[in-house]
Structure formats: C-alpha cells, structure tokens
Design a protein around this ligand. Structure first.
Ligand code: NZQ
Ligand code: ZN
Length: 387
C-alpha cells in the first residue's frame, strides 16, 4: 500500500426529510446565497423546502448554472456575492451546481488576478474559500463529499479540473427521495459515472491494498445490481435510490483512492469530448473506458484479471480471453444502462481526432494514467479504437 493522508471534513446528513436539518446545519447568522441550475430545483419543490428550512436567515437565489458549468456564469455569481456580501453559499443540484459553487467559493476571495488561474493551476493557488453546503439532487459525481470541481471556459473551449483543501463542503444533505424526479438518462449517467470513478482508482496495478480493493469491488457490485433495476422500476424504490446515492458519494470521497495508484485518463480524455462536442460527462466515460482498458491491457493485466474474476465471475480461458471478456462485460453493462459506447453513436467521426488530441496537448494532458504512459499518441489510439 502507498503512503497516504486522509482527511474528509464534510458532514453528511443522509435520509428522507433531511432538508429540514438546514435549520441547524447553516450558521444562524449567515447571509446565504442559494445557487441552483435550470428549472429542476424550483419545479420539484426542493427549492421551496430549502427556503423554508432557512427560516429567518437573509437569503437570495442565483439560478442558471448550466450542466458542465461555465466560468462565465460562475463569474456572474462571484460579482453578485462581492457586491451584496453573502457569507455562506448553498448549492442545490447535481455535480454541476456543486462544482460551480466550489469555484465561486474560491474565486470570491481570490486576489491574484483572473480566477480562471485557479483552473490553470489546478487549485494550487487557492488560499481560502467561502464556506458552503450542498443539497444533492443527482447522485453521480461525488462532488458532495470531495474537494474537486470541473469548470468549462466557454470562450476557450477548455474544461479543466481543480481541487483544494479549502473546497470541501461543510455539509451535504443526501435525501434519496430527491432523485425521484430524475429522468432515466440522468439516473444511467449517475450509475456509469460512479462506476468509472471506482474503476479509475481500482483498475491500475496491485499494491496489496486489500481494503481498498474489496471496498471498490463492493461499490462495483452494488452499481451493477441496482443500476438496471433503477431503470426498470415502474415507481422509484427508496432503498435502490439510497444505495445509488451512497455508492456514488463513496466512490469519490477519497476513501477508495487512499493509498492506491490512480488512473483518471478516461476522465481527462472524456473532458475534451464534453468541451468540444457537449456530450454528457458519463457518456464520454462509457465511450473511452472500454477502448482505454484494451489499449492498456498489458500495464493493467493483473488488475484486469482480478476485476474479471471478482466482478464478472470470469475464470476460464487464457488470460487474454479473460481480459477480452471483462472489457466486453463492461461495455455491455453500459449499453444495458442505455448508454452508447461508440463515438459514432454521438456523431463524432475520425476527422475529430486530430482536434481532440491537440486539445489534450494544449491542456497539458500529455502523460496520463497511473504510469504516466498515456502520451498524445496513445490517446489518439484510444480515440480511434472508440470510433
Ligand atoms: O439544471 P437543472 O434544471 O437543475 O437540471 C439538471 C441538469 O439538467 C438535472 N437535474 C438535477 N437534479 C435533478 C435534475 N432533474 C430532475 N430532477 C432532479 N432531482 O440533471 C441535469 C444534469 O445535472 P448535472 O449537475 O450537470 O449532472 P451531474 O451531477 O452528472 O454533474 C456533471 C458535472 O460534474 C462534473 C462533470 O464533469 C460535469 O461537469 N464532475 C465533477 C466531479 C467532481 N467534482 O468530483 C467528478 C466527475 O468525474 C465529473 O467530472
Ligand atoms: Zn466522473
């Protein structure tokens, strides 16, 4: 096992009805800015519940944070907060709203020029941030219990990530019933995003981290079990939603990844697909991962065999046959979740690959993966195999 530090200060309030707890979770004297995405928080009644729970606290609402949140919109919120003096932020939404709030929280006190530099330096230059909490409405990213965020600079067509110890939510309210209004494609996205987060931290090379491996395998089994059931159920089933929420949160709250090598190349290549073609985050992962696993089969051999055996029960055939089968089962799982795993299904052809590789280079994504061996040429092969 590798050396590690693990510190996660985010308080979780989990379960039905927990939005009422905002009454005590948010500091009593706080001047609160609630931040939401499009219309969903209002339509579902969640926003009204949040406002009621805030009681007599002074508060206002900033709406309009888009999926794959933009720097441009976030900076409008930064201006409003500086102008009106809010001292506590409350994100109500999915990963996009929460990520935007992390960036906004860090950008408000940022004194070193244009806050876009936070993304360019991947958060190393964040010295402080406003405190914020979250009310999660879409289980997928794990953003509700980690310190990372991904922001898109529209004008630059750049989607970059940052993280900072200052950007953990103070608390997150996880009410599984808030997922009941999600359309099936967002549920499927959530399952696949959480699945790939787990894989990025598990399917690398062995370091005898038995707890992390078994924990990761438990998450993958959970997602494979509940995923198709979530799509098939005529009415939402509370326990399946609860298990999805907690699986997605724990897949990226730092626990599975402590003391183990991590890959993240699928995410970095996927971010370019979203920045250029606006494909949903999870769908980019479903396209890239099978091609990447095949390309990296030698470097990942031992873990691929372990994954095939323990997750998919593949125990017969040569090693190469077992690895082929493990990758096929992964692709098949994504397809059963209703998510296409080929670039062509999203209208992206071979002519796009030069541009995508150039963007990876422009963003410094030239030595990706747990071994730092995924050069732009390797990324090109992965994208070609994903067509
Ligand atoms: O905008 P509204 O109207 O709220 O609608 C949203 C949005 O259109 C809707 N939605 C959310 N909750 C709903 C709902 N609709 C009905 N009922 C509800 N309860 O769902 C749509 C998608 O929301 P979004 O927040 O964009 O989805 P997700 O949670 O998948 O977040 C994706 C973003 O997170 C980043 C991605 O790159 C992407 O930008 N990620 C963040 C990570 C992190 N911070 O750790 C890690 C991930 O790998 C990921 O990169
Ligand atoms: Zn992700």
């Amino acid at each position: 096992m590798l050396n590690f530090d693990y510190h996660n200060p985010t308080r979780i309030a989990f379960g039905q009805g927990r939005i009422a707890d905002l009454a005590t979770l948010v500091p009593a004297q706080a001047k609160v800015l609630i931040l939401v995405g499009g219309a969903s928080a209002e339509k579902t009644g969640t926003l009204a519940e949040v406002r009621t729970a805030l009681g007599a606290r002074t508060h206002a609402t900033f709406s309009g944070i888009e999926p794959n949140p933009s720097y441009e919109t976030a900076m409008q919120a930064v201006a409003q907060i500086r102008r009106e003096g809010f001292d506590f932020l409350l994100a109500v939404g999915g990963g996009s709203v929460i990520d935007a709030v992390k960036f906004i929280a860090a950008a408000v006190p940022f004194a070193d020029g244009d806050p876009w530099a936070i993304l360019e330096k991947h958060g190393r230059n964040v010295a402080s941030a406003l405190p914020f909490g979250t009310v999660l409405t879409l289980p997928a990213t794990g953003s509700e219990m980690n310190n990372g965020a991904v922001i898109t600079h529209r004008a630059k067509a750049a989607k970059l990530a940052f993280s900072s110890a200052h950007c953990f939510p103070v608390f997150s309210v996880l009410d599984p019933t808030k997922t009941y209004t999600l359309p099936p494609q967002q549920l499927a996205n959530g399952v696949v995003d959480a699945f790939v987060h787990t894989v990025e931290q598990y399917l690398t090379y062995p370091v005898n981290a038995l707890v992390q491996d078994r924990f990761a395998e438990g998450l993958l089994h959970t997602l494979i079990e509940v995923g198709p059931r979530l799509l098939a159920a005529p009415e939402p089933v509370y326990d399946d939603r609860a298990n999805l929420v907690w699986a997605a949160t724990t897949a990226l709250n730092g626990f599975v990844g402590a003391g183990v090598p991590q890959d993240w190349a699928t995410h970095m290549i996927g971010h370019e697909l979203t920045a250029t073609f606006h494909i949903d985050h999870a769908r980019t992962l479903a396209v890239v991962l099978p091609a990447l696993l095949n390309e990296r089969r030698a470097a990942k051999r031992e873990k691929l065999l372990q994954y095939g055996q323990r997750i998919w029960g593949i125990s017969s055939g040569t090693e190469d046959e077992r690895i082929d089968a493990a990758i096929e089962r992964t692709r098949d799982f994504f397809e059963r979740m209703g998510i296409a795993t080929r670039l062509s299904a999203y209208g992206v052809g071979a002519d796009a690959i030069d541009g995508l590789v150039a963007q990876l280079q422009a963003h410094g994504m030239t030595r990706l993966g747990e071994q730092r061996e995924i050069t732009p040429e390797v990324s090109r092969r992965i994208l070609q195999a994903a067509l």
